[in-house]
Design a protein around this ligand. Structure first.
Ligand SMILES: [Ca+2]
Ligand SMILES: [Ca+2]
Ligand SMILES: [Ca+2]
Length: 282
């Protein structure tokens, strides 16, 4: 394992600390904590999953993770691919690393790179965002026919109960999932690009079972769930990546506990605007 810490200048604006960690598949990759203002999240590179998303000290996430399928093979968890590297970084004026990149795959076949950026709101505001960009890079000389799956199990409760606190999930426009708790907590996810091929909104267990059973499955196309239960949702993309080409998925998740204050929305908008400018400059 090679670990380096070095300062990097972003023009005249800020100093960014980047921690690079190149990993061989047999080496354990430690969990990473992201922090920004009122929010924190624990990411587990070894299992390609986000395990917690705390806003003002309360965790609302069961798990978010990813699966892939090549051709007509059964879908597999992304973490079964070799973990090629983890990059944590602090690229703003707020304490703590708010960004992590995780890369899986092999240089001879393909890479799947997951890029998370956490944006918190003011303390006590109850609001936070996570921006995700997933890149699938075909490193071979042949077209790569693939399906990619994102699975989310949010538990929107401050009580610790995960059974009946989710009131509804609705997927609208084919690309926006909105989950609401009995107490009015809202988490939403908009796929900026591209439009998913299929979605699924079902009680806990159904989607994870079909994605883990080593048999080819597609999501069922469901878009609504209005019975209180432990809810989950998932998106599926079917696509072909040309030789040495890339496929990019961009998403934003927003968590809202209570009524947003105008100042909170302004801060989040500024954070996301800065992120967009930073990405466009890379
Ligand atoms: Ca920071
Ligand atoms: Ca399956
Ligand atoms: Ca749930």
């Amino acid at each position: 394992m090679i670990t380096t810490t070095r300062p990097v200048r972003f023009g005249h604006l800020m100093t960014c600390t980047i921690v690079l960690c190149f990993i061989t598949p047999s080496i354990h990759a430690a969990q990473v904590v992201l922090n920004d203002r009122n929010a924190s999240a624990i990411v587990d590179p070894e299992y390609a999953r986000m395990m917690t998303w705390e806003v003002d000290g309360v965790d609302y996430l069961g798990v978010q993770t990813f699966y892939y399928r090549v051709g007509d093979n059964p879908e597999k968890p992304v973490h079964q691919l070799p973990l090629m590297g983890v990059v944590e970084s602090n690229g703003d004026f707020q304490p703590g690393n708010e960004r992590i990149l995780m890369r899986y795959g092999t240089p001879e076949t393909f890479f799947i790179t997951i890029d998370y950026v956490l944006a918190g709101g003011l303390p006590g505001s109850g609001a936070s965002d996570i921006v995700e960009v997933i890149s699938i890079d075909n490193k071979s000389d042949e077209p790569l026919r693939m399906s990619f799956f994102q699975y989310s199990d949010f538990d929107l409760t401050a009580t610790g109960s995960r059974d009946l606190d989710d009131r509804s999930i609705n997927i609208t426009g084919g690309n926006t999932a909105t989950q609401v708790s009995l107490t009015g907590i809202v988490v939403s996810e908009t796929v900026v690009t591209p439009m998913p091929t299929l979605s699924e909104a079902v009680p806990y267990g159904s989607t994870s079972d079909k994605l883990e059973d080593n048999v080819l499955d597609n999501l069922d196309g469901s878009t609504s769930l209005n019975t209180p239960a432990d809810h989950t949702w998932a998106f599926q993309w079917d696509f072909t990546v040309p030789p040495h080409g890339s496929f990019l998925i961009s998403k934003d998740k927003h968590l809202e506990v209570g009524i947003p204050e105008p100042a909170t929305l302004s801060l989040l908008t500024l954070s996301l605007f800065a992120l967009t400018r930073r990405r466009s400059a890379l």
